[in-house]
Ligand binder design. Structure first.
Ligand code: WTA
Length: 652
């Protein structure tokens, strides 16, 4: 089909689209920003930090004791004040902060003045429940305003939030609560999924039952579902928050006060708690939101379709846009509930001008057909964004033509949970974009593509993407695990002091950067990061499984799909193991969450291993992608691959 895996056609891509003169003339950021930032990076970032309200100015812009950075040393600010109160103080209280659209069609309009009252009340409630600066609060909520309000209430109090995606299992929530030692959990009775209420609190209760740190569970009523209740521990949001005063004085915190922990998959089974702090994070999210989306406060209507449970939701639904006084759309549901035109209907309804989504969704829209967006008025759109995985040129062109009608710059933004904010992206009023390329680092950001030996590759060369200079929103560590922080990101190019991103990249002949996907055991499924080891451990925790190996195979819609190879115990493999396979898919979903459910499970008798016992995933990927199997000479037993291929042919 048209959506050939991303990278095969990169070598031949030569189309390029410059911004219109009219767009370029009015753009927030012009080409001179690159030179200015390169001339004095620290001065450049200090200038960006001045977009924020500081109660105490910093003494030094950067203290870099690799791999530990402190930005805006000695400065003090309150993140929530910057995102909410100062806009009210500046006279914009009546401006809409969120046009919230519920999945069943209910709506809420929240102005900055409303948001200020809600955040103050929530901060007072959290204080009453014993939350103090430095504490951790876990949040598992659907895409409802209370998600953003809870995050901002934590920020206001100097407590770090740990938001857990609503689709994660009780086990995943439990692990995150324990790792961060969270004392409060904020959740809801249920969540709407494809038009129906699905349970939430039942699941979070299972997690809380197995942890000891949670003192209270604060429950937002969303679906009106009956829920189990533990007296003394559980409290309704409307009982505790609504009665609070809507006045709350925001105290200032150090620029390096922890703002949040967000867990992401690494190459081992245990998720990493990525730690972000306040001043640098808010500076870079605000600047990039301003520069990359050409956001105009009071004029633009901005919509980022991510879930708040992922970093994109943190940086580009909550912090960056609110710091810039954006009017945002927040949508609770799935893109095809109740019909496949839901996104376009929302764009038309609110006059959305900036739309930021993921390639997997664009490919899904392509599959549904261009007739669907054609039925709506999308003329309000000015800038289109993409994030989460490499975007293939076909999807890019489809997005440009069918959604942007050829008039909207496309910004393909590369970044990570760890980088906190966008790092590589076109500037919409400056860059002549190429379909499928994230183009170049933003002003003030520096990256390199290097060989295994840390040699920079020239134009046309490919290798590993590294970040060779600290940046304001960079992660400050892995929660409670300094060793892992050093090993994961800083050991590969320790001598050079480069941050190893885990992505492959190449430069084309013009020096534009093309991202090529992960080079480690992390899969990217619909823009979600899942580690092969995480899925393997879920599989082997099932009694029928003796051994398992998991690979990410390219998938025309989701980017990658999870393919598992399992050796079953005893007679579980009888009748082709069909029952066992179904049970295993459900088991993985229950252990991690539905996003980790394997697309395909193949029952095999052996796994390909090297003499030292390492599974050769490369060969399994060949099988999963229906390719001829590559070099098998390093296998302990080279006939294993024949056995696997033969077995699969028999069962198909
Ligand atoms: C991938 C999401 C190519 C990449 C913000 C990275 C991308 C991982 C792009 C981070 C892009 C993200 N082009 N690949 N524009 N954006 N990625 O932590 O592999 O969920 O390392 O952060 O997604 O995923 P994460």
């Amino acid at each position: 089909m048209a959506a050939e895996p991303t990278l095969s056609n990169l070598a031949t891509e030569s189309r390029s689209f410059a911004p219109s003169e009219a767009f370029a003339a009015q753009a927030n950021v012009k080409a001179e920003a690159y030179d200015r930032a390169a001339a004095d990076r620290e001065a450049f970032w200090a200038e960006q930090a001045d977009r924020l309200h500081w109660t105490k100015r910093w003494d030094r812009v950067l203290d870099w004791d690799a791999p530990f950075a402190k930005w805006f040393v000695g400065g003090e600010l309150n993140v929530a004040y910057n995102c909410v109160d100062r806009h009210v103080a500046d006279g914009y209280g009546e401006q809409v902060a969120f046009h919230w659209e519920g999945e069943p069609g209910d709506t809420r309009t929240i102005t900055y003045a409303d948001l200020q009252r809600e955040v103050c009340k929530a901060a007072n409630a959290l204080t009453e429940l014993g939350v103090q600066a430095g504490d951790r609060v876990a949040i598992q909520l659907p895409m409802i305003p209370e998600a953003a309000i809870s995050m901002l209430a934590c920020a206001r109090l100097g407590a770090a939030h740990s938001v857990v995606f609503g689709g994660f299992s009780p086990g995943a929530l439990k692990a995150r609560i324990e790792d961060a030692d969270a004392k409060l959990l904020i959740t809801s009775d249920g969540q709407f999924r494809r038009g129906k209420p699905a349970p939430m609190k039942e699941n979070t209760d299972k997690a809380v039952a197995e942890t000891s740190s949670i003192e209270h569970v604060l429950v937002v009523k969303r679906t009106e579902t009956e829920v189990p209740w533990t007296e003394g521990r559980d409290l309704w949001w409307h009982d505790v928050v609504d009665k609070q005063s809507d006045q709350h004085e925001a105290r200032s915190f150090d620029a390096e006060q922890p703002l949040f922990i967000l867990y992401t998959s690494g190459t081992t089974g245990k998720p990493k708690g990525i730690l972000h702090t306040s001043g640098g994070f808010l500076t870079q999210t605000a600047y990039t939101h301003h520069a990359v989306f050409d956001h105009k406060p009071g004029e633009s209507v901005y919509w980022c379709t991510a879930d708040i449970g992922w970093v994109t939701g943190h940086s580009y639904i909550v912090y960056g846009p609110l710091a810039n006084r954006a009017t945002s759309v927040m949508y609770e549901g799935t893109p095809n509930t109740p019909h496949e035109g839901r996104h376009w209907e929302i764009i038309q309804k609110y006059g959305v001008s900036i739309y930021y989504t993921a390639p997997t969704l664009i490919r899904t829209f392509m599959k549904w057909g261009k007739e669907i967006p054609e039925k709506y008025d999308l003329s309000s759109l000015r800038v289109l964004g993409s994030v989460g995985e490499p975007i293939n040129p076909e999807a890019w062109m489809w997005y440009r033509e069918n959604i942007g009608k050829g008039n909207c710059p496309i910004v393909d933004t590369w970044w990570q949970t760890e980088t906190g904010a966008i790092m590589i992206s076109p500037l919409p009023g400056v860059t002549a974009t190429k379909p499928g390329s994230a183009m170049r680092t933003l002003p003030g950001i520096s990256a390199e593509v290097v060989t295994e030996e840390a040699q920079p590759v020239g134009p046309g060369g490919g290798g590993y993407l590294v970040l060779d200079k600290p940046w304001p929103a960079m992660l400050r560590g892995i929660w409670g695990d300094e060793q892992r922080f050093r090993e994961t990101y800083w050991s590969r190019f320790a001598e050079q002091g480069y941050y190893f991103a885990g992505d492959g990249a190449k430069y084309d002949d013009d020096g534009a950067i093309w991202l090529l996907g992960r080079v480690d055991d992390v899969m990217n499924v619909s823009g979600h990061r899942i580690s092969t080891t995480e899925v393997e451990s879920a599989l082997v925790s099932h009694p029928t499984v003796a051994e398992a190996a998991v690979v990410g195979a390219s998938d025309p819609t989701t980017g990658q799909g999870i393919v598992a190879f399992v050796i079953l115990r005893g007679n579980a493999a009888k009748d082709g193991g069909e029952e066992a396979i179904k049970a295993l898919r459900d088991h993985v979903s229950a252990e991690i969450g539905p996003i980790a459910k394997p697309r395909q499970i193949m029952v095999v008798e052996e796994l390909p291993k090297t003499r030292s016992g390492k599974i050769m995933r490369r060969l399994l990927r060949d099988v999963a992608e229906n390719r001829e199997v590559g070099d098998v000479t390093t296998l302990a037993d080279s006939s294993v691959m024949d056995l696997i291929s033969a077995g699969l042919k028999d069962s198909s």
